[in-house]
Design a protein around this ligand. Structure first.
Ligand SMILES: [Zn+2]
Ligand SMILES: [Zn+2]
Length: 757
């Protein structure tokens, strides 16, 4: 073959692909041309001396870090005698849909320029190129061109312009290209908004070292930063942020520094160093200089590495590790505009390190960990967004509105599901505004006009209310746990019927009660509830979620009746029996007491029963701390009972509760009891799945729901199920928690729409 047309699709625009091809062509003495078209990149390549094969082979191997090649097709052509290689003008397309790259961590080449005194971008905090830098967060509209980004106000100087126009240059068409003389700059201010004179980075380092809290504008929003080794600074950040004990993330200078504080496996290292640069949850070392107040009651630490040039500059000096927590007050969305940050964060931060490159879309840091040597994503946001999940079949254009907590939405187009960035808890107007703005933005970026909208069945969710307010398109309600299971099915590329195990805190059920300990037979369209935890009352509704002791008393009363109050365990010594008496009356009279089969509430109950946590300060805290103390060596478990002659089957836990109380009275440590409890839950999941297998002839189990953020439980369950011969599927691309359900909703929305068509 002497000449070929090469058609490449995927993320191949705005990531330095054409200069890469241009240079690769030179290396292999290839002649012809390359251009961007509506599908990706098109190459006409010709060579006389058999180099063409090597050239084609090298494309996927040497492609720029940000490129994602989805397909590469080669069609042989007759030689026509090209004499040079050139980059041609892009083809005008009728359908302008292209994929957009996520924001990416500073590349090695930019880093070396950043720290070379002879380079004209030496110590310039906004250095970037086609291989790295801001993308999604600065794009206001498409096409992805500088004038439609927040870089528009900065006219390039001659040098930058020359780089931008040079096909052989790494900054060829690098839209955020900038230098100290033409690009964005830093500004340090105090909380009154008065500018601090001097070098902003030097001054910031000085202030951080002194123990001050500085709000630092990053890629997707503000961080609140302080010296991670200064206990006093960390504690004052906690109290000012009204964040009692939810862990803070830290940013370490480099991997060597991470290893000082945490155990790091090869897979974790790879995840930490990836272009996405997420926060990775790591096992914390027993001895470390990190302030205790950063993650109290935890044996893990959320760690990330620097991902912007500014971060690298801040961590090159005397500070090796910084607290970098999101710039917000408790549960509000992260601040991302200068004036807004000054207004909202001035009670927390002493100083503000601003810059004048605007952030158009918020992007919280992503949160991940490693499970079975693969990434397990707990929050999919900055660095991953807006890269789509690729499905194994094409979908109608669907808008799925997600849930309430950890909300994301999802828009589909062909085989792509665009799962949004982390929006947050849809509990206040500000978050709702950000949700609505996000939907409009994604629709415009990817030319999506939804044919239907899918939503959660919970009537009070603001996402549901939003969905129902949309006019003129079909609205499809999707059950919460079905959405969980389908989200895991499609990311694994499986269809047909599966056993879905969906365990979480809250999900509106078909019978109007709150579900959360669910075993369903599911496909991509329908589901059948086959088993669940026995229903119990939730006294006070949402207050019962904030106060796990209520759940402990509910389970105790269920197991011991009137004798519960007189049990000689620590819990009954702590309880305010007057308050509990009122709640019991409310339960009897059915006042403000929904019923639930929630697994999350069971974990809460046990946490309180073991005197770990009676009241929580953040979602899932009681369960997380119960996992932290669990002894992993324990082999025993408590008895339980599955009532198999009912449909759905009901799982009874009375014997387990009695067993735990017995162990408590015997003085057994809560660490051992927690270990036994985790094993019991794993056993009941496995036995329930085995029963379903023999009834339904299904052998594939899909695990989803927030409870599976518990890695100890997840390991016990996956190992046990595999030992029993099941094929087990878990998440690796989208979160197991409610941050993933919009993907499931979208797919179910599509299959239901097809059914009606
Ligand atoms: Zn770069
Ligand atoms: Zn310049």
């Amino acid at each position: 073959m002497k000449r070929a047309e090469i058609d490449i699709t995927g993320i191949v625009q705005g990531v330095g692909f054409r200069p890469f091809i241009y240079n690769l062509a030179k290396t292999h003495s290839i002649r012809g041309w390359v251009l961007n078209n509506e599908k990706g990149v098109l190459i006409d390549a010709e060579s006389e001396d058999g180099n063409l094969g090597c050239f084609i082979q090298d494309i996927p191997i040497l492609a720029p870090a940000l490129a994602r090649i989805e397909s590469l097709q080669v069609v042989p052509l007759e030689p026509i005698g090209h004499t040079s290689f050139e980059i041609r003008k892009s083809e005008e397309a009728s359908d302008k849909f292209v994929l957009i790259s996520p924001d990416a961590a500073t590349c090695d080449q930019c880093l070396s320029e950043l720290f070379s005194p002879e380079n004209f971008r030496y110590h310039y905090p906004f250095i970037n190129c086609t291989l790295c830098g801001p993308r999604f967060t600065i794009i206001k509209d498409i096409p992805y061109d500088r004038y439609k980004t927040t870089m528009a106000p900065f006219a390039m100087c001659q040098i930058c312009q020359r780089e931008y126009e040079d096909p052989a240059n790494r900054r060829f068409h690098a839209q955020p290209n900038a230098c100290p003389s033409c690009g964005p700059s830093l500004q340090l201010k105090d909380r009154e908004g008065k500018e601090i004179q001097g070098d902003p980075i030097e001054k910031t380092l000085y202030l951080l070292k002194k123990g001050f809290i500085v709000a630092i504008k990053g890629l997707g929003g503000f961080h609140l930063a302080c010296d991670a080794e200064n206990n006093e600074a960390v504690s004052s950040l906690r109290s000012r942020k009204f964040r009692e004990d939810k862990p803070f993330a830290v940013m370490c200078r480099d991997i060597v520094e991470v290893e000082q504080h945490c155990e790091v496996s090869d897979e974790e290292k790879k995840l930490l160093l990836g272009v996405e640069r997420p926060i990775v949850i790591l096992k914390r070392r027993k001895v470390s200089t990190i302030a205790h107040a950063i993650a109290p009651y935890q044996d893990t630490l959320g760690v990330m590495l620097p991902y912007s040039p500014l971060h690298h500059l801040l961590l090159k000096g005397p500070l090796k590790t910084l607290v970098m927590t999101s710039g917000n007050i408790s549960d509000e969305p992260i601040a991302y505009k200068n004036e807004e940050a000054l207004k909202r964060l001035s009670n927390i931060a002493d100083y503000f390190l601003f810059h004048n490159r605007e952030i158009h879309m918020r992007g919280d840091d992503s949160v991940t960990r490693i499970f079975e040597a693969k990434p397990y994503i707990l929050r999919r946001s900055r660095g991953y967004i807006p890269f789509p999940i690729k499905l194994s079949f094409p979908l109608e254009m669907i808008l799925a509105c997600g849930g309430e907590l950890k909300n994301t939405f999802c828009l589909t187009r062909g085989q792509y599901a665009f799962l949004s960035h982390h929006i947050g808890d849809l509990e206040n107007l500000e978050t709702v505004a950000s949700f609505e703005k996000g939907i409009e933005h994604f629709k415009r970026l990817f030319y999506i006009e939804p044919k239907a909208v899918a939503y959660d069945l919970h009537p009070d969710y603001l996402s549901t209310k939003y969905a129902l307010s949309i006019q003129h398109i079909p609205k499809i309600g999707v059950q919460h746990h079905h959405a969980h299971i389908v989200s895991a099915m499609v990311e694994n590329g499986i269809g047909g019927n599966v056993i879905g195990v969906a365990l979480d805190g809250t999900g509106f059920g078909l019978d109007g009660t709150i579900w959360g300990g669910e075993f369903i037979k599911a496909d991509l369209r329908d589901f059948d509830r086959l088993a669940h935890l026995k229903k119990i009352p939730l006294p006070g509704g949402s207050m019962a979620i904030k106060e796990p002791w209520r759940m402990a008393m509910v389970y105790l009363s269920d197991a011991f009746g009137n004798k519960a109050n007189r049990l000689r365990i620590d819990l009954t010594r702590r309880i305010d029996f007057e308050k509990w008496g009122i709640l019991r009356k409310a339960i009897e009279k059915k006042i403000n007491t929904p019923w639930t089969s929630s697994m999350g509430r069971l974990f809460d109950a046990i946490s309180s029963l073991l005197s770990i946590r009676d009241e929580v300060h953040y979602e899932g805290q009681a369960a997380i701390e119960l996992e932290m103390i669990a002894n992993h060596e324990v082999k025993e478990n408590y008895p339980f009972h599955i009532q198999k002659d009912e449909r759905p089957m009901v799982i009874h836990l009375t014997e387990m509760i009695r067993g735990i109380v017995h162990d408590l009275m015997e003085g057994m440590s809560s660490s051992i009891i927690s270990g036994k409890f985790h094993r019991t839950i794993a056993c009941l999941i496995i036995e329930t799945c085995e029963t379903i297998r023999s009834n339904e002839r299904l052998n594939r189990v899909v695990l989803s729901g927030g409870v599976f953020q518990n890695i100890f439980l997840l390991s016990l369950v996956t190992e046990g199920l595999r030992r029993s011969g099941f094929e087990v599927y878990t998440h690796h691309l989208v979160p197991p928690n409610d941050g993933g359900i919009s993907l499931g909703q979208a797919v179910i929305g599509h299959t239901r729409l097809m059914q009606c068509a």
